[in-house]
Design a protein around this ligand. Structure first.
Ligand code: AMP
Length: 612
């Protein structure tokens, strides 16, 4: 398929295309590009650092500040300073249950809904917060180049699921970027080291990524220019922060400090000193703080962290096992992440696996550089790499309220298959209409309808009970098949749609431009629709709950529930999603203990009189 470079803002055809590569990290993010065969990492104006702390600060006037300046507010204004957003992307509160208490800001408990961050009276989605970081990176590169950029490749961990990848894509769109591809971080790191260039090459590499707070290892087979992630393994709470902690614990012991007696400020100083010591020990044998109070030798440090590095080895062994290969099949290690600068990491890998450990490229920058290489390949500037057929636009179905639910996203490699489960929204629903759309807008009304069919004769069940699996399959010729099956009854229907779905390049380009131009408005409409859908189902379930538990609830409780329900209904008619979310949040907070009481009561009732 031919490529036409288009300026997303003006809609004009551009002369030369420049696509940026972004490493959207948990702790830090970076942006890079490749021009005339040379990769460049974009630094701050002072030319000091390429790292942008992935931190978003909201001041009291709701101004948004990103990066280094936002980081300064971590200690002074923790509730309004959002860090580690990447850990929240595409996650529901249930996914984060153990983690939420560790955060200094508030995330909202709405069970299986995607999490939101609450700052003051406003609710912010992780997608929006990530978009702020991406906007900052976009403007950094635009200032540096003196021109606009509109296309990007963004990296994600290899273990990210569909919903986390989609959330990353949405964040890009909201930042005014057309996300040409989401690339796995280990794939990007391998690209930066030049893998994937030769058609005849076949290698297995292990990418070892040890950052500030996370560790993961991925085993990749690179064959004929195709990167296959064979296995990943890791620990989402293991990294350089633990090395710092080990040093702090050591000083507490050797200097006789009572941690409970020292102030927060002193704790902060200890933390900063520990990180300073760790970094120093990457290049020398001793550390002594300026005031002479704290010291540690490299030998001592290595004894402290050996067990942490051994933990990473256990993960590597698991990954090797899951990949179904033997240790000797791995050709090389690639090091990624700031903490791999600790010399003991490389030494341990070399002595244990006896293969080359590659660390020539800055471990903080290697992923962003690889993303830039991938971007350049997509721009068609690097002829040597193989390019694979991809889907030109996203494909999905209409869900409640007219929302587009993407099943196969734009730029997926073909052939491809993907599926998702749905359910009914009303009791006793017999038929389900499946409408298939193509396009990048959040609301189906702005996308192209490709066809529809009706899954009939679903046996009557309560809302939420049917399990309807919708599968999209695109074969190598680009023919799309959509299958729907109700899993409880086995009812099945299929729709076939012919190749390329009859759309011209110009139409396609227009659809893409429209989706970027309208991203902000679309996302806002989507957030409101989602809040209304949720509100609707809460009203229905609350009505049922009151009816089924009328003997257990007091009159007061019933009347509060009814009032809260009326408030939700009132807010549903308005256009403010934050007010509606607040009403939903209040209802959930009030009804949760009642639901627990009712459940305990019903369990006791069911058990009474039964012999155990
Ligand atoms: P990342 O999440 O990849 O940005 O990695 C950040 C982690 O790398 C932090 O824990 C840093 O303290 C650590 N780090 C950065 N530079 C060094 C260094 N020279 N030696 C040891 N650790 C480092």
């Amino acid at each position: 398929m031919a490529k036409i470079p288009i300026n997303m803002k003006s809609g004009e055809i551009e002369e030369s295309e420049l696509i940026i590569g972004i490493d959207l990290g948990t702790t830090n993010s970076l942006v890079a590009y490749l021009k005339d065969g040379k990769t460049t990492i974009v630094k701050d104006v002072a030319g000091r650092t390429s790292l942008v702390p992935s931190i978003v600060y909201f001041d009291s006037e709701e101004n948004i500040i990103v990066g280094e300046v936002a980081k300064m507010h971590l200690v002074s204004d923790p509730e309004r300073t959002i860090y580690s957003v990447k850990r929240l992307l595409g996650k529901s509160y249930n996914d984060l249950e153990n983690y939420s208490s560790k955060l200094s800001y508030e995330i909202i408990d709405e069970e299986d809904q995607l999490v939101k961050v609450k700052i003051g009276k406003r609710f912010h989605s992780p997608v929006k917060l990530s978009a702020e970081i991406l906007k900052y990176l976009k403007s950094r590169v635009e200032n540096h180049l003196g021109r606009e950029v509109s296309k990007a490749v963004i990296t994600v961990p290899a273990y990210f699921n569909d919903s986390q990848r989609q959330a990353t894509r949405d964040a890009g769109k909201l930042a005014g970027l057309e996300v040409l591809r989401i690339v796995n971080e280990p794939t990007a790191a391998s690209l930066a080291y030049g893998y994937g260039k030769k058609a005849e090459e076949s290698e297995v590499v292990a990418v070892y990524d040890l950052g500030g707070g996370t560790f993961d290892v991925s085993i990749l087979r690179i064959d004929n220019g195709v990167f296959d992630v064979m296995a990943t393994n890791g620990d989402t709470f293991l990294g350089g922060d633990d090395f710092d902690r080990a040093i702090i614990d050591y000083w507490i012991q050797t200097n006789g400090i009572n941690e409970e007696e020292i102030s927060n400020q002193q704790k902060q100083i200890l933390r900063i000193r520990a990180e300073e010591a760790k970094k120093q020990l990457s290049v020398s044998d001793q550390y002594l703080s300026e005031d002479g109070e704290f010291k540690i030798s490299k030998d001592q440090f290595e004894r402290l962290i050996q067990k942490l590095i051994d933990k990473t080895i256990v993960h590597i062994e698991h990954a090797i096992k899951n990949a179904g290969i033997s240790k000797s099949e791995i050709n090389k290690f690639i090091l990624v992440g700031g903490s791999t600068r600790v010399p003991l990491v490389k030494q341990t890998l070399e002595s244990r696996y006896e293969i080359e450990v590659m660390d020539d490229i800055d471990p903080d920058e290697v992923v962003a550089l690889g993303a830039a290489v991938q971007a350049d390949i997509l721009a068609g500037n690097t002829q040597n790499y193989l390019l694979i057929d991809v889907t030109p636009l996203s494909l999905g179905i209409e869900t409640v309220g007219g929302l587009m639910d993407v099943i196969i996203s734009r730029n997926s490699k073909v052939p491809v298959a993907a599926g998702r489960q749905y359910t009914s929204s009303v009791d006793g629903q017999k038929n389900l209409r499946i409408s298939v759309y193509q396009g990048e807008r959040e609301l189906v009304e702005y996308n192209r309808k490709l066809g529809e069919f009706i899954l009939t004769d679903i046996p009557p069940m309560a809302a939420g009970m049917p399990k309807i699996e919708v599968h999209f399959i695109i074969d190598a010729d680009g023919i799309l098949k959509v299958r729907a099956k109700e899993l409880r009854s086995g009812k099945f229907e299929e729709l076939k749609i012919q190749s390329q779905y009859g759309i011209s390049e110009e139409e396609m380009a227009k659809m893409l431009i429209d989706s970027i131009k309208n991203a902000e408005q679309d996302m806002a409409a989507k957030a409101l629709l989602e809040a209304r859908n949720e509100a609707r189902s809460i009203v229905i379930s609350t009505e049922k709950f009151i009816e089924q538990n009328k003997d257990i609830l007091t009159e007061d409780e019933k009347s509060v529930l009814k009032n809260k329900m009326a408030l939700i209904q009132k807010k549903m008619a308005l256009e403010d999603k934050d007010e509606l979310n607040e009403a939903i949040h209040e209802m959930n907070a009030f009804s949760r203990p009642l639901a627990e009481r009712a459940m305990n009561h019903n369990i006791r009732k069911a058990l009474s009189g039964k012999k155990i």
